[in-house]
Each structure stands twice: as structure tokens, then as C-alpha cells.
Design a protein around this ligand. Structure first.
Ligand code: PLP
Length: 391
């Protein structure tokens, strides 16, 4: 058997995840209850509006309802998104600036496919969504990691140090997975100033790919800055996975700034990428369903309640972290090696991911999009392992 060397390396690089987490029998005894905080796979059911719309669409079939859609997606869905974007951002978005995708991951992949030449560099910020390096590599790009500050705010100097004449794009994810950080106006404006300066210096047009997977999962009344009004060479990668709690349905979209130079050519490239990457188009039934669900979101208060319950308890136990402002992850420091700490938690039936997998050792990521009961029952285990390190 001969598989790709790169794929072999990719599997090997994540083999410790598989060993520790997939084969639970090695670390979690059979009698122990398992509290699984590894994945951002929400245990909160989709909102009623989604269920009703799904039923409405299913009960009103029309010819070719399940046929291929246009490669860029149904025009009604794209128009609905463009209308919402225009209203929110005060910019003239039309269906011509929006393409339906197979989730946020599909959006990121068609964007990278559309813009990258072999060897082009893409800056990502650490700690990072663990799939970015693979997605960049999928399309011949080189992943350049810039660290964020210790408190996970943007480090403009670190980004500047990674910006070269080969820089094609930077990916910014806010609210952030895994840190829960929101990047506010000033730091995004500083980033935009830096990119504009580098564009002038290198004669480039660096793309800012804004990964908005968690744009609706925001706490404490925080407001997200409008990236489109901060940097015009922005491509937006959005998803319905998290707001509608439907990650298995694979639906999202990409949107390009209406004032972007060559936006028509870029849309053509995105559409081509959707085709040749084998998506052809986004899942068609879901395109119909989300058309009328712009702005609909699961009850954020449910997540905020879980965040507070979890954070308060972990704080009492002596864990050290920045309370997440959005998304649904707690990224907390570990006393000692994060891999060992992860294994110690696993002995208590608690499964989390080590910071190493997000490019920052010395942390663990805890996904709190689970049932309240799971959080409650896991707390003694979190306390026990932390106490053990105290002595
Ligand atoms: N971006 C980030 C930061 C994520 O955490 C995820 C999923 O967890 C995605 C993109 C992709 O999500 P999906 O493809 O389900 O929309």
C-alpha cells in the first residue's frame, strides 16, 4: 500500500491525539463515566425556527429540489445573506459577493484554493484552530505562525515580523477558537494599518480572511467590530454550524468586500474552487432552509450560563485563564506539561485537548458546548487533578 507521504506525516503528527483520545480504554477505565470536552460539537439542540423551516421546506417540495444548485449557490440564499450584510455593515453587498459553501471549513478551503500560488505565505495567529495549517497546505501555501500576546490579544509586532513579500493572506478568527478572545476595534485597525503599510512597501494586496465561525456566539453584550469597514481586502468565511447548532449539515458562506479590486474575478475563482474541490455546490436542502434564517441563533444565554458555571468553579479550584468573551472554549493554563495534565484528567474520565494541538503548550482546551449535567459531574475530577499538582 502506498499513501501520500504528506498524509502519512499528517496522520503521524496527530497520532498522539488518536492514541490518547480515540482509544479511551487506555486511559479511562471502563467503569468510569466519561465527560467529553474535546469537540466543538454542540449538545444544545437547533433553535425552533430551524426545525420549523426544515419542516416547511420538506413539506413543500418543488421540481429539482434535490438537484445540483448553481455552483455559487441558490440566488435566494445569497440575496438574503447580502441583504443582511448590507444592512449590518452599510455596504452595497449583492448576491454577486456571496457564495454558499460546505460550512466554514468549505469556505476557508475555497478561499485558499482561489488565492494561493505555490509557496505563497499565509499568516495565522497562535494559539490557532488546528486545521488551518492543513487547509493552507492543501492549496500549496506556507503557514506562517505569529504568536498572540500572553493574554491572547493581537501582537502587531509579531504579525509585522511574519509579513514578507510572499505574504498572500492573514487569517483572523474572532471570537477565537481556542482562546475565546474577541479582537476589538483598535487591534483590528492596527492590523489593517500594518497590512496597508506592507501592501505599499511590497506592492501587494494582502487578503484578510476573517473566520467568523463564532460571530453569533458572543457574551456579556460584547459587540464585534465590523471588519469590512476596517479593511477592504477582506474575505469573510461564515458558517451556520455554531449559530444554528447544525455542524453536521455542512452549510456556510464566503463573502467578498463589495469595494474589493477584482472582486468579480475573485468570485469566479471561488466558484471554480467550489467545483474542482468536489463540493460542486453547498448542500442544497440546507441552502433552502437557511435562506429565511438570517440572524437566527441558539439561545446564547444557555452557553453563557455554562461558561459562568464552569469558569467560576475552575477559578475556585485555582485554574488560571481569561474568561472567554465568545465561542465556547475555555483555554486554561496547566501546571506542568499539558499532555501529562490531559492524561491525568483522562484518568478521572475527563477528556480535553492539550494546548499543544493549538500551537501553545502549557494549556488545555475545554469545550463547554455540552450538557450542564456533564459540566457539573466533571467538576470533582477537575478539582482532584489540580489539587494533586498543588502537593
Ligand atoms: N473555524 C473555526 C475557528 C472553527 O472552530 C471551526 C469548527 O469548529 C470551523 C472554522 C469550521 O466549522 P464548520 O466547517 O463546521 O462551519
Amino acid at each position: 500500500m502506498s499513501i501520500s507521504i504528506k498524509v502519512k506525516e499528517g496522520i503521524a503528527a496527530s497520532s498522539w491525539i488518536v492514541n490518547i483520545f480515540e482509544d479511551r480504554s487506555q486511559v479511562v477505565s471502563k467503569e468510569k463515566e466519561v465527560y467529553d470536552f474535546r469537540l466543538g460539537n454542540p449538545k444544545i439542540e437547533p433553535p425552533l425556527e430551524f426545525v420549523e423551516e426544515l419542516k416547511r421546506v420538506a413539506n413543500n417540495p418543488f421540481p429539482e429540489m434535490h438537484g445540483y444548485s448553481a455552483l455559487a449557490g441558490h440566488v435566494q440564499a445569497r440575496e438574503a445573506i447580502a441583504k443582511t450584510l448590507s444592512k449590518e455593515r452599510g455596504l452595497p453587498f449583492t448576491a454577486q459577493h456571496v457564495i454558499m459553501t460546505a460550512g466554514g471549513a468549505g469556505a476557508l478551503n475555497i478561499i485558499l484554493k482561489a488565492i494561493l500560488n505555490p509557496g505563497d505565505e499565509v499568516i495565522v495567529l497562535s494559539p490557532l484552530y488546528l486545521e488551518y495549517p492543513y487547509y493552507i497546505d492543501n492549496h500549496g501555501g506556507v503557514c506562517c505562525v505569529a504568536e498572540t500576546n500572553a493574554d491572547f490579544t493581537l501582537n502587531i509586532d509579531a504579525i509585522a515580523a511574519k509579513t514578507t513579500p510572499r505574504t498572500k493572506a492573514i487569517i483572523i478568527n474572532s471570537p477565537n477558537n481556542p482562546s475565546g478572545m474577541i479582537y476589538f476595534d483598535e487591534s483590528l485597525k492596527s492590523t489593517a494599518r500594518l497590512l496597508n503599510e506592507k501592501n505599499r512597501q511590497f506592492g501587494n494586496d494582502i487578503f484578510l480572511i476573517y473566520d467568523a465561525a463564532y460571530q453569533d456566539i458572543v457574551y456579556d453584550g460584547n459587540k464585534l467590530p465590523d471588519i469590512f469597514n476596517i479593511y477592504s481586502n477582506t474575505i469573510f468565511a461564515a458558517s451556520y454550524s455554531k449559530p444554528l447548532s447544525i455542524p453536521g449539515e455542512r452549510i456556510g458562506y464566503a463573502a467578498v468586500h463589495p469595494a474589493m479590486k477584482n472582486s468579480r474575478e475573485l468570485m469566479e475563482a471561488l466558484t471554480f474552487a467550489n467545483r474542482v474541490l468536489g463540493y460542486l455546490s453547498a448542500p442544497v436542502l440546507m441552502q433552502h432552509v437557511v435562506t429565511n434564517l438570517q440572524g437566527v441563533c441558539v439561545d446564547r444565554a444557555e452557553y453563557q450560563g455554562r461558561r459562568d458555571m464552569f469558569c467560576n468553579a475552575l477559578q475556585d479550584f485555582g485554574y488560571s485563564f481569561t474568561r472567554p468573551m465568545g465561542a465556547y472554549y475555555i483555554f486554561t493554563k496547566t501546571p506542568g506539561d499539558d499532555l501529562v495534565f490531559t492524561q491525568e484528567l483522562a484518568k478521572e474520565g475527563i477528556l480535553v485537548l492539550p494546548g499543544k494541538s493549538f500551537g501553545r503548550s502549557g494549556y488545555i482546551r475545554i469545550a463547554f458546548c455540552v450538557k450542564k449535567e456533564t459540566i457539573k459531574k466533571s467538576l470533582p475530577g477537575f478539582k482532584k487533578v489540580k489539587d494533586f499538582y498543588r502537593h
